[in-house]
Write a protein that binds this ligand. Structure first.
Ligand code: GLY
Length: 362
């Protein structure tokens, strides 16, 4: 095949469609133009609200010239290592048998690669293992025992991830089991009074998603979590599923999620948010549209309140190639962390579909 003709034809088509940025920097003058555009972009780091320190760390590294993926992984490692955060990494709340199982995914925009692990036990930084899957295997997602073996082969140390505090929270849940577990009796979509564990304050879906644009204008992201507390062993949420809990397109932007992974798995919202941004929506509009999709596609009565709105929450965070950022959630009250070059990150309210009732004072 004549490569030069193919390239000329592609250029014509790409220019006509207004998508020259897709061509990449292999194309001489066009590539240089694109590179100039890239360096003009200010770096941005966004994360879920538990990422104030993560976003600050990632920005500090980016300003020293780090690649966005290395920076966001170093950022979320702070939360994975934190014994006081029960939703991610070390000290994450365990499955229903008291065993911590972690999920994580990474995507590297400039090289269009990704990696993920799910249900990995005994390794406190699943985000680093996810990157190892990307860098040192021909796979994208490795789960369970295989993920642990892969991590150990690469020198990761096994350790007990269950802290005294997370064990005590798990034990309290176990001692109060009634309808608050995930084993549902036979039911249909009209069944209302089952699966009540959904509303327990202890059943968190805490997670951290962190996405960044670096000094070269390259975009990457990571999502890492201990998943739904007290889940059925082997349960995998949205975090390690590329397209659901995380998606990056280096020419468009990045998006990620926290919240009820089961709902997000049914809509693969992160890739949808990136596609909405490609069509011209702002990050916040795109995140809200993903929330609307989840709300309109939730049909099971047990998951809906009396007004027909979802009883659960899902949060989305997104950045665009232009450096815009935004977040949205199904319910009001969620926030996200942002850093655009400051020493300290700040929290911003997410846009939302429904206003939550004020929480009763304790
Ligand atoms: N969004 C995290 C989870 O559901 O596991």
């Amino acid at each position: 095949m004549d490569i030069s003709i193919k390239r000329r034809d592609f250029l014509k088509t790409a220019t006509a469609a207004g998508v020259t940025a897709l061509v990449g920097d292999k194309l001489g003058a066009l590539g240089q133009l694109q590179a100039q555009t890239k360096t003009a972009v200010k770096p941005v780091v966004i994360s879920s609200a538990n990422g104030l320190m993560a976003t600050a760390k990632a920005m500090e590294m980016i300003q020293q010239g780090a690649d966005a993926l290395d920076a966001v992984i170093a950022g979320v490692n702070i939360v994975e290592d934190d014994p006081n955060d029960n939703s991610v990494g070390y000290a994450g709340l365990p499955n229903e048998e008291g065993v911590v199982e972690l999920d994580s995914s990474v995507m590297h925009g400039p090289s269009c690669r990704g990696g993920a692990v799910a249900s990995i036990r005994s390794i406190k930084n699943p985000s680093k293992v996810a990157k190892m899957v990307m860098d040192r295997s021909d796979h994208i997602l490795i789960v369970g025992e295989g993920a642990l073996k892969f991590a150990k082969a690469h020198g990761f140390q096994e350790e007990n991830l269950l802290t005294e505090s997370s064990r005590e929270i798990w034990l309290k849940w176990k001692e109060n089991l009634s309808t608050e577990d995930d084993w549902l009796p036979p039911h249909d979509i009209e069944s209302k009074d089952i699966g009540e564990g959904l509303k327990s304050y202890l059943r968190n879906h805490g997670t951290i998603n962190c996405d960044a644009i670096d000094l070269k204008g390259n975009i990457s992201g990571v999502t890492t979590t201990s998943g739904l507390a007290f889940k059925i062993p082997g349960r995998v949420g949205d975090s390690p599923i590329l397209g659901a809990g995380l998606y990056v397109d280096n020419e468009v932007g990045a998006a990620g999620s926290t919240g009820r992974g089961e709902a997000n798995l049914l809509s693969c919202s992160s890739v949808m948010i990136v596609e909405y941004m490609r069509q011209g929506k702002s990050p916040e509009q795109a995140c809200l549209m993903a929330c609307e999709r989840i709300a309109s596609h939730t049909k099971e009565r047990r998951l809906l309140n009396d007004q027909g709105w979802p009883k659960f929450n899902v949060n989305f965070y997104a950045i665009s190639k232009k450096g815009e950022y935004g977040g949205a959630a199904i319910w009001s009250g969620s926030r996200y962390a942002i850093n655009t070059g400051e020493k300290q990150s700040r929290l911003i309210d997410c846009a939302y579909l429904f206003k939550s009732e004020p929480k009763p004072k304790k």
